[in-house]
Design a protein around this ligand. Structure first.
Ligand code: FES
Length: 101
């Protein structure tokens, strides 16, 4: 699937992956602002992204654990996800994610 990340300085980076999490894909491709400090276990929130509203149906909803984590982040909104919790699949093709500050 092709995924586009938009960084906080408005750089657009389109990358392709077919397995693993979106956090891993972002880190492998050095997407600025996605650090993945906890290694993808939903406990650091350094992989916070906003899903473009029209793509929310593709990425699905945050899990309860993920929502609890996001609640601690002042920048979180209804489109927030921790992208280590999103598995890459064909369904995600074309999704656009904005990196949270
Ligand atoms: Fe730590 Fe996603 S990488 S919460």
């Amino acid at each position: 699937a092709k995924i586009t990340f938009i960084t906080t300085d408005e750089a657009q980076i389109t990358v392709e992956g077919d397995s693993g999490s979106l956090m891993e894909l972002a880190v492998q491709n050095s997407v600025q602002g996605i650090d993945g400090d906890c290694g993808g276990v939903c406990s650091c929130a350094t992989c916070h992204v906003y899903v473009e509203p029209e793509h929310v149906a593709k990425t699905g909803e945050a899990s309860e654990i993920e929502k609890d984590m996001l609640e601690l982040d002042d920048n979180a909104n209804e489109y927030s996800r921790l992208c280590c919790q999103i598995e890459i699949s064909d369904q995600l093709d074309g999704v656009i994610l904005r990196v949270a500050p």
